[in-house]
Design a protein around this ligand. Structure first.
Ligand code: UN1
Length: 541
């Protein structure tokens, strides 16, 4: 329940307007930080120490520009050291639903008529500030979700890319024209905003996905109730601070970490919610879809749902493939960020002619993966929380019980410390229909499956209810063509790993139970946050 409110910080808007943000005309991906340069390593260590000193601070909800405290609080913990509180947060509940919605509705009345320049300049200022504070934000990811430096850099770089890409896309969309001009008429096509969106992001890309769905919303003229994940609210709070510093008007984004059941569900069900942008599990995505489908009293539209859900992503390795490249691609897609990506490779499907050789090399490669405190930049950090750790270890047991052969890993990585560390785990000889071959695990567990040949490998790859990412390793042009045609995934990669989509190059989103194929970071994405208004005017003078 809201107990106190205080005015938002003064003067942030003035500061933002003198900030000399770069306004790009063409899009370029943000380069990754080069940690072979000692200066960058020094900056990262300094940022980690700075953030370490700021752990445990309290953050408020921000509704209509006003700071709000609730009686109930939630803590976000460092998964590498759960005794360490990263941030203390308010917990939005039933009492905050109406204030948040009213603030967003009020802001919508003016924000929807703001010029495209005003909205896109805000995003360009945000990307400028993100670049300035990159190392600090990366350090927050190290502490709050256990990303190592490389993964944290990828996340922030993607967030910066989303700012510039969606701003440039909004400019492009604002210039859309009716394909035909009737004689005697002037004909227009305008992409107008939808209204208030509920943005419900996951913790695994606490910068990129949380920010991406929010930025796409507001650049199109919508306003947002943002409910970040309970595992990563501090990173969202830092992003929100940057939005304010860049000049975000009050109420355009309302920062509401809170409970899924009381706040999240109520905001999804609210009759004034126009759309829901969600990324997370299949179970929650389907529940949102169902709730959103019910017309509430006073609701005058069909709510739109933009849902990015799970994956069970495969890499198919042909007998003629470059095996070293395949081993490297599988290992990095399976164990990058401890396998906690919906794009992670969780099944390696290997031609029987190279199966043993592949497995041997993979084992050697995986056993070199260091596990430890992400502040020290090992190859792999912890998994996000205790519940996730238990679920993942349960899948390992199940995989072996259903006939899988444990090749390496399989337990907690005890030496790594008190955190939720799991050894990188490979289970071979997995049946294509086994539980660990069908269900999303979201952890560092790879199932290796034997196939008779490439075509059989593709059949296995297509045998789940998901269809998010996939990769094939082969040197045959014919097989590459077959994969392009038959591998039914939203993001297909050839001779490279199946994670690490780049904004613009690899619009991201999957088929089937992986979601609504929203293609984040692509030319179709903003259409999901707008509706087209066609105007035909008879020329009378
Ligand atoms: C997710 O894990 O929710 O391509 C998707 C990639 C990332 C995937 C994000 N952009 O690896």
């Amino acid at each position: 329940m809201a107990t106190t409110t205080t005015p938002a910080r003064e003067g942030t808007r003035t500061a933002a307007t003198i900030n000399n943000a770069r306004i790009p005309t063409t899009f370029k991906n943000e380069p990754s930080v080069d940690f072979s340069n000692p200066e960058n390593t020094r900056r990262m260590r300094a940022a980690i120490e700075k953030v370490r000193n700021e752990l445990g601070r309290e953050y408020d909800l921000v509704i209509g520009g006003r700071r709000v405290k609730t009686a109930e609080k939630t803590e976000s913990l460092n998964p590498a050291k759960p005794s360490e509180v990263v941030g203390l947060h308010q917990a939005a509940g039933a009492a905050e639903v109406e204030p948040a919605m009213q603030a967003a509705l009020k802001a919508f009345e003016t924000w929807k008529y703001c010029s495209v320049e005003e909205r896109t300049n805000l995003l360009f200022r945000v990307s400028h500030l993100l670049r300035e504070r990159k190392f600090e934000l990366m350090a927050w990811m190290v502490f709050e979700v256990g990303k190592n430096w490389l993964e944290a850099d990828g996340d922030i770089a993607e967030l910066i890319d989303f700012c510039d890409f969606y701003a440039l896309e909004a400019i492009r969309l604002s210039k859309a024209e009716s394909p035909v001009q009737l004689p005697g008429e002037r004909d227009w096509l305008r992409y107008i905003p939808l209204g208030v969106g509920a943005v419900i992001p996951p913790w695994n890309f606490p910068g990129a996905i949380m920010g991406g769905m929010t930025l796409a919303s507001i650049v199109c003229g919508n306003t947002v109730v943002l409910k970040p994940s309970g595992d990563s609210p501090t990173i969202a709070a830092k992003f929100f601070e940057i939005l304010e510093e860049a000049g975000l008007p009050d109420g355009v984004v309302n920062f509401c970490p809170g409970h899924g059941n009381s706040f999240g569900n109520s905001i999804v069900e609210h009759p004034k919610t126009r759309y829901i942008a969600f990324t997370g599990s299949k179970e929650v995505g389907l529940q949102i879809n169902q709730r959103a489908a019910v017309q509430q009293p006073g609701q005058i539209w069909i709510k739109r749902t933009i849902l990015e859900m799970g994956g069970k992503d495969s890499i198919v390795v042909d007998a003629d493939a470059d095996l070293d490249a395949a081993v490297e691609g599988v290992a990095s897609a399976a164990f990058g960020f401890s396998g906690q990506k919906c794009s992670a490779c969780s099944r390696a499907i290997i031609d029987e002619r190279v199966y043993d050789k592949f497995l041997q090399r993979l084992k050697e490669r995986v056993e070199k993966i260091t596990v430890g405190d992400p502040a020290l930049n090992p190859a792999m950090g912890p998994v996000v929380n205790e519940k996730a750790m238990k679920t993942i270890l349960g899948y390992v047991e199940n995989g072996v019980a259903e006939g899988g052969r444990l090749i390496t890993g399989g337990s907690r990585a005890q030496d790594a410390g008190e955190g939720y560390f799991i050894q990188p785990t490979v289970i071979a000889d997995v049946d294509p229909m086994a539980t660990i071959s069908q269900q999303e695990i979201f952890g560092p567990v790879l199932a290796v499956i034997k196939s008779h040949n490439f075509e059989h490998g593709l059949q296995i790859a297509n045998n789940t209810e998901f269809g998010l990412t996939g990769a094939v390793y082969t040197t045959s042009d014919d097989k590459i063509e077959v994969a392009k045609q038959q591998f039914h995934v939203g993001n297909l990669y050839i001779n490279r790993k199946c994670s690490g989509a780049m904004v613009g190059a690899h619009p991201f989103g999957g088929f089937n139970m992986s979601g609504t194929d929203s293609k984040a970071g692509g030319p179709d994405y903003l259409l999901l946050f707008t509706q087209a208004k066609s105007i035909g005017e008879k020329i009378t003078k």
